[in-house]
Design a protein around this ligand. Structure first.
Ligand SMILES: [Zn+2]
Length: 426
C-alpha cells in the first residue's frame, strides 16, 4: 500500500501537477472519466411515475441495501435527490404522476409475432465483451497453459457473437454492434490517462485493488484499467446511445474462476453461468453524482421488466440444454437476486449502467473449468465431438444457440414491449 503523500510526491515528479493541484480535499463526485450528468435529460419523465411505483423499483431493483434513502426527501408531491447526506446540495426533483397510475404507461399494444420471423422489427445490439487482440494482456482476460493455444476471452466473445448475429438475423432482427474486431472503440490510450490514473489513486485508494507493483507500475496499471474499462465502455455507450438506438443490447462474456498468478494458471472443476439485469447500487457507488443520475435514469426508463424476461428465457435454455447451475451471489454485497429466475441477478456494471434501453449481460461458462477448457481448445469444429462424455457442437455454436433460443423464445411467447422504453436522446 502507498500513502497519499507518496503518491502525491510521485505525481509531482511525474509532471501531472496541473491535474493534482486542481483536486480539492472533498469527496470525489464522479466515477473515473465519467461525464457530468445532464439532469435535464430526466425532465421528460416528470409526472410519469407514482410514488408507490418509484419506491417499489428502488427497493426491489436499484437499492436493495438501502443506501439511497439518505440522499432523498420524499413527500406527496415528489422526491428530491441531494448530492450530500446533509441534504444541502439538491441535484434533481421528480414530480409524481397526479393520481395513482393516471399518467403511467398503459399495457403494451397487442402484437402478434410472425412465427417464421419472431424478431421482426427488433434492433438488437451485440456487445462482445473486452477488446482482445493486442489488448488482451493488459485487459487481464487471457491465460495460457503450457504449449496449449492461449485462451483469449475477447476472441471467444466475438466468435460467439458472430454466430449469434446470424441466428438473430435469420429470425428477423436487425443486428448492430458496439464493435466488431480487436480494435478499441475509444480513441484514448493508456498513455493518455496517466494524470487521471494518479488523480484516481489519490482520491479513491481505499478498497481499490493494489497489486504488488512498483509505484510506477501501479499508476500504469490504473491508467490501463481506466482505458479498457472506463474509456472503452464509455465510447461504446456513446455509439449505442447516439447512433445505434437498439431495442435492447446483449453484452456477451465467458466467465472464469480466479486463475492465480499469470505464471501458473490452474483449472477448476466448477462452472456456473449468470445473467445480469441492471440494478443493485452499493452505498459506496451512490456517493457519486453520476451513479445517482444513472440510477434515476434507469429507474425511469423502466427497462427492468424486459431485462428480466430476456434473462429468464436465456437462463432457461442454459438449464434445459446444458444443465449448468447459476451463480449464487447471496451475501456478495454487489449483486441481488432478481426474483425472476435463479439465473438472473441485478448488478451495476459500467455497460449496463451507461447503455440506454434494456441490457442483458450474459456471463457464460468458466474458461478455466476443465471441461470447458478442453471444449475451447477443440476450436470451431464441424458437427459434434465427445466433450466431457457428451456429444457436443463446438462451444461457440452451442453458447450462441442457447442465447439465440432464449431471445427467440421470449418473443414467441409474449408481446414485444415496444412502448415501455422511449429513447429521449437529445
Ligand atoms: Zn468478460
Amino acid at each position: 500500500m502507498f500513502s497519499r503523500a507518496a503518491l502525491l510526491f510521485l505525481g509531482i515528479l511525474g509532471g501531472a501537477c496541473a491535474a493534482l493541484w486542481a483536486v480539492e480535499d472533498k469527496p470525489f463526485l464522479f466515477s473515473p472519466l465519467a461525464e457530468p450528468p445532464e439532469w435535464r435529460l430526466l425532465d421528460p419523465y416528470q409526472g410519469t411515475i407514482t410514488r408507490r411505483e418509484f419506491e417499489q423499483r428502488v427497493r426491489r431493483i436499484f437499492d436493495p441495501w438501502g443506501g439511497l434513502g439518505k440522499y432523498l426527501t420524499t413527500d406527496d408531491e415528489g422526491v428530491r435527490l441531494f448530492r450530500d447526506v446533509a441534504k444541502t446540495e439538491p441535484l434533481f426533483q421528480l414530480r409524481w404522476a397526479g393520481a395513482e397510475g393516471s399518467q403511467e404507461q398503459g399495457p403494451a399494444p397487442l402484437f402478434f409475432p410472425d412465427p417464421e420471423k419472431p424478431l421482426q422489427g427488433q434492433v438488437i445490439c451485440l456487445d462482445p465483451g473486452h477488446i482482445g487482440g493486442d489488448w488482451a494482456d493488459i485487459e487481464e482476460r487471457t491465460f495460457r497453459i503450457g504449449q496449449d493455444r492461449p485462451v483469449v476471452e475477447g476472441e471467444l466473445n466475438l466468435k460467439t457473437c458472430r454466430i449469434l448475429a446470424e441466428r438473430l438475423a435469420s429470425a428477423g432482427a436487425k443486428v448492430v454492434w458496439t464493435h466488431d474486431g480487436f480494435s478499441p472503440t475509444t480513441a484514448l490510450r493508456p498513455n493518455d490517462l496517466y494524470p487521471e490514473a494518479i488523480e484516481y489513486l489519490l482520491q479513491d485508494s481505499n478498497g481499490r485493488r493494489a497489486p504488488r507493483y512498483s509505484l510506477n507500475g501501479l499508476i500504469r496499471w490504473n491508467a490501463e484499467l481506466l482505458f479498457y474499462r472506463s474509456a472503452e465502455i464509455q465510447a461504446r455507450a456513446r455509439r449505442v446511445n447516439e447512433e445505434l438506438h437498439p431495442d435492447f443490447t446483449i453484452c456477451l462474456h465467458y466467465n472464469a474462476a480466479p486463475w492465480g498468478g499469470s505464471g501458473r494458471p490452474g483449472l477448476t472443476t466448477k462452472s456456473r453461468v449468470v445473467l445480469f439485469s441492471h440494478g443493485a447500487y452499493t452505498a459506496s457507488e451512490l456517493v457519486y453524482d453520476d451513479q445517482k443520475f444513472h440510477l434515476f435514469r434507469k429507474l425511469l426508463e423502466n427497462c427492468t421488466p424486459e431485462e428480466l424476461d430476456l434473462g429468464a428465457a436465456i437462463g432457461q435454455q442454459f438449464q434445459k440444454k446444458w444443465g449448468i447451475a447459476p451463480e449464487n451471489y447471496e451475501g456478495s454485497g454487489y449483486a441481488s437476486a432478481s426474483g425472476a429466475s435463479p439465473y438472473v441477478w441485478h448488478r451495476n456494471l459500467i455497460a449496463n449502467r451507461l447503455f440506454r434501453g434494456p441490457v442483458i449481460f450474459v456471463e457464460g461458462p468458466y474458461m478455466n473449468d476443465r471441461t470447458t477448457y478442453g471444449w475451447i481448445q477443440a476450436g470451431e469444429y464441424e458437427g459434434t465431438r465427445n466433450i466431457g462424455g457428451r456429444d457436443r457442437q463446438n462451444i461457440f455454436r452451442e453458447y450462441a444457440d442457447r442465447v439465440a433460443d432464449g431471445v427467440i423464445e421470449r418473443f414467441r411467447t409474449h408481446a414485444a414491449r415496444s412502448t415501455t422504453f422511449t429513447n429521449y436522446s437529445p
